[in-house]
Design a protein around this ligand. Structure first.
Ligand code: C6P
Length: 414
């Protein structure tokens, strides 16, 4: 009988693809443990963008000359790759945005303003990033809908028992939640939430900013209605992201931004809208960035999302195990098997910014702050945490250096 083994990635080997690791920071090799804020870029993506600028750059969908046609082919080819990456039924449902933030705002404004009103309820969770929290809070306020949050338990996992109470508080019309929490790494039960949202007659919006880089995504299996993500966290460039949306909903929605390219016909008294996805893509888009996004998707597919996910689980388990040896440390979030490669922690008496500063002297980059999750920080009873986050190029030696660095921080400030 054949034994099935999951593919393993070789992070030491993959690091050679990333020129950023060739330098030293304060005389030490760079230990980049802040991939949740943004990932580093491999040569394959940098080369694809350089090559595009050097050979094929022009505006898209506007010219009949060769360069414009090449640019359009590169731009649309990348859209097909990004759409396939999340198993979208059609490329037309894949809208380029500037980022995950803009993708969520698009839904909140274009769907929310027309579909929410008094008596309706918009639901997010205590775990949500401000990019998913604030747009729904704001649009609920503007439309007279109420805004409710799913609480979390002390492990940083959603308390699904609260859903019945939420359902009795009004007509739940939208549930918007992250698949992976940026602050704690929690992998949320999105299929269950989606099923519940649909039972209520609500739409399900998934913030996949921290999921798309790390887990295989399939919008058809998730059965959600919208899914938002950013290229820059997935080895691609910043300035471009994506919104996948169910075609029936996108067709019915009003436009978000208005201007060139998103129109079908403009008359003095009336304008009609272009077909999908262009209805939501006003103005000149981030063209070379879209091409880089496509190259990033190729890069991740080549390694395999299953291998990336497994690597991060192993790193999270290793980090939690090693860091638990530090006296007094408080590590937030669920056990490693239910989290992505993100570890947030607090060392009582030491401000996260001081810890991050001292770690930087040893070339170790971590994030300190509220991670754009102020309601979550309040729930945890802290103003900020220090966060280490891993990716396909992270090696266990960097975690050893982090732990050594934290001992040093404690000696200096504890
Ligand atoms: N989180 C972090 O350090 P943008 O900035 O639009 O690409 O992504 C916004 C966003 C939305 N949702 C989640 C779950 C996120 O983690 C982020 C970005 C970064 O955690 C910057 S605050």
């Amino acid at each position: 009988m054949a034994i099935e083994t999951r593919p393993k990635l070789d992070a030491h080997k993959l690091r050679a693809d990333f020129p950023i690791f060739e330098q030293q920071i304060h005389g030490k090799p760079l230990a980049y443990l802040d991939s949740a804020v943004t990932s580093q870029k491999p040569r394959q993506v940098l080369d694809a963008m350089r090559d595009f600028y050097e050979t094929s750059y022009g505006n898209v969908h506007r010219g009949v000359y060769t360069l414009s046609e090449r640019a359009t082919a590169g731009f649309e080819g990348a859209r097909a790759k990004v759409a396939a990456f999340v198993n979208a039924p059609s490329e037309r449902e894949l809208i380029y945005t500037r980022s995950a933030t803009e993708a969520i705002n698009l839904v909140a404004y274009a769907w929310g303003l027309d579909n929410l009103g008094p008596g309706d309820v918009a639901v997010v969770s205590e775990l949500d990033h401000h990019s998913n929290f604030v747009p729904w809070q704001y649009i609920a306020g503007r439309t007279g809908a109420s805004f409710r949050t799913i609480p979390i338990d002390d492990n940083g996992e959603l308390v699904l028992d609260s859903l019945d109470e939420l359902a009795s508080s009004g007509r739940v019309k939208v549930v918007a939640n992250n698949l992976v929490s940026n602050a704690l790494g929690t992998i949320n039960p999105i299929e269950q939430l989606t099923a519940w949202a649909h039972e209520q007659g609500a739409i399900m919006v998934v913030d996949a900013a921290q999921a798309a880089p790390h887990l295989a995504l399939d919008v058809q299996a998730l059965d959600c209605d919208f899914l938002a993500f950013s290229s820059h966290k997935m080895c691609g460039p910043s300035g471009v992201g994506a919104l996948w949306g169910r075609r029936e909903l996108l067709e019915k929605m009003s436009p978000f931004n208005l201007g060139g390219q998103m129109i079908h016909k403009v008359d003095l008294d009336k304008t009609t809208w272009n077909e999908l996805p262009y209805k939501f893509e006003a103005g000149t888009p981030a063209i070379a960035e879209a091409v880089g996004f496509g190259a990033a998707v190729d890069y991740l597919n080549e390694i395999g999302l299953d291998a990336i996910e497994q690597h991060e689980h192993e790193l999270a388990a290793y980090a939690i195990d090693k860091m638990s040896e530090i006296d007094g440390i408080r590590i937030f979030g669920p056990p490693p098997d239910r989290r992505a490669g993100i570890v947030s922690f607090d060392i009582p008496g030491i401000h996260p910014h001081d810890a991050a500063q001292i770690l930087d002297w040893d070339g170790i980059a971590v994030r300190a702050g509220h991670h754009c999750t102020q309601p979550l920080m309040r729930r945890l009873g802290v103003a900020a945490t220090t966060r280490a986050s891993f990716y396909l190029y992270t090696i266990p030696e960097e975690i050893d250096r982090l732990v050594e660095g934290l001992h040093k921080v404690k000696r200096a400030l504890g």
